[in-house]
Design a protein around this ligand. Sequence first.
Ligand SMILES: [Zn+2]
Ligand SMILES: [Zn+2]
Length: 179
Amino acid sequence: MHCPSCKTTHLIPSLLEHNLPVFSCNICQGSFIEILSYRMWVDHSAPAEKKTAGMLLAVDDSKHAMVCPHCAKIMSKYQISEHTPNKIDLCRNCGRFWLDAGEWRLLQELGLYLEIPSIFNEPWQKAIRKTVSKKLREEKLLTLFGVADYQKIKEFKDWVKIHPKRAQIMDYLNNLSRD
Ligand SMILES: [Zn+2]
Ligand SMILES: [Zn+2]
């Protein structure tokens, strides 16, 4: 099997953790993992205490589309969490996945290394997209109005949202230009 990321060399059997066999690349240091081996490790060998998130270090992520070294199908990308842009490549055909160098450590820092299969679920991905687009919207509004005014507008919005005369207030505001 060739490395799906740097494509320069063959993957060799190695251990990502004690009792977690993977195929890894000596050049780019990525790992190719069978979901079954991973599940066995989670169930029987993973350390009981979860590591907690420390300082998140930036980890390089391969941006190009990858082809599964096992079955030659195009792999799908799944963002790990809203706290990192890194994505895991999964072959939906054979269930094997690829971690770029450092992404295992990143999963540990995020406290997600025991929950990799959840990352491949649609609700997980949907929640990330929602948070990311909300953040982007907030940033845009902040740039548009500035911190102080945006704060005022938000307070006003919260106030008017539940006001019994909301319709009349909005009507009045919409017609401000006539004053
Ligand atoms: Zn490689
Ligand atoms: Zn595959």
